[in-house]
Design a protein around this ligand. Structure first.
Ligand code: ADP
Length: 278
């Protein structure tokens, strides 16, 4: 089966006042349809830079070499106008902070409606309201949430709205950049479970970025570990947990709280994921 995403020898540079800084170096990985891939690594290791390059949202940086193929197409060769339709329809981003990605002065329904309009999805008025309502229900929100402004919703609800927007046009790839890091632990698990459920329903592949190995182990099929811009280790989650090759991976696993580590390992070994069914 052709990969949804194929990243080959990707190198990304930023221009800084002190010279060119290589944030991502020779990174390669690919995702099969529906696959869940986790990118872990400490802050500054190049995880966000990698997926921002894919979304063509790099600020002050550039792809110095390598290829980014989305459903077999070279992302950098897609004309800007066409690329606007690729975002959301083929690949969408669930950002780190829902706060900053939702427009504070527009009701939720209007923001989702604008997304439909931008992509030429036409509805009659009642039909639009129903479509938005059912989309919100898919992520565990009441349909009436469309009448709210972002500040009237909790952090978890706002992140659910972002998830709803990310699946609104049925993309084949979802990029989720620490989608739950700003939330309380309990809410984190629920929101991640929702993301897992809608991703599975849609059959989309997902790249989940995070630094919490335990959370990752529950969610992904395969894991890639980034360290200082390089992908230092990659493999099925149970294999990486059972025999980590890189010192940094070992450290990440050993740093799990002791009550979590055996559980995460056991889960990984069973291939069970709490998010898969939920
Ligand atoms: P992560 O997502 O793993 O935390 P990032 O991809 O955000 O890491 O950052 C990787 C590296 O690139 C870091 O050293 C960061 O300081 C640097 N970086 C990120 N954005 C910029 C930028 N706009 N200009 C210069 N350096 C940047």
């Amino acid at each position: 089966m052709n990969p949804v995403l194929d990243i080959r020898n990707l190198t990304i540079e930023y221009d800084t006042p002190t010279g060119v800084f290589t944030a991502v170096r020779n990174v390669s990985f690919s995702l099969a349809p529906g696959e869940r891939f986790g990118l872990v690594g400490e802050s500054g290791s190049g995880k966000s830079t990698t997926i921002l390059a894919l979304m063509r949202m790099l600020r002050g940086g550039r792809v110095a070499s390598g290829d980014l193929l989305l459903n077999g197409r070279d992302v950098s060769a897609i004309p800007e106008r066409e690329f606007r339709t690729v975002r959301f329809a083929q690949m969408s981003l669930v950002p780190q902070g829902a706060m900053s990605s939702l427009n504070p002065v527009l009701r939720i329904g209007r923001q989702i409606g604008d997304l439909f309009d931008d992509h030429g999805v036409r509805h009659g008025r009642d039909e639009r309201r129903r479509a938005i309502g059912s989309l919100l229900q898919r992520v565990g929100l009441p349909p009436e949430a469309q009448d709210r402004f972002p500040h009237e919703l909790s952090g978890g609800m706002k992140q659910r709205v972002c998830i709803a927007m990310s699946i609104a046009l049925g993309p084949s790839l979802i990029l989720a950049d620490e989608p739950t890091s700003a939330l309380d632990v309990m809410v984190q698990k629920q929101v991640l479970a929702t993301l897992g459920r809608v991703q599975k329903d849609l059959g989309a592949a997902i790249v989940l970025i995070g630094h919490d190995m335990a959370l990752m182990a529950h969610f992904v099929d395969r894991i890639g570990v980034m360290y200082r811009g390089e992908l230092v280790e990659m493999g099925p989650v149970r294999e990486v947990f059972a025999s980590p090759k890189h010192d940094y991976t070992r450290m990440l696993i050993e740093s799990l709280p002791s009550f979590d580590a055996p559980r995460a390992l056991r889960r990984a070994a069973q291939g069970a994921t709490f998010a898969r069914g939920g």
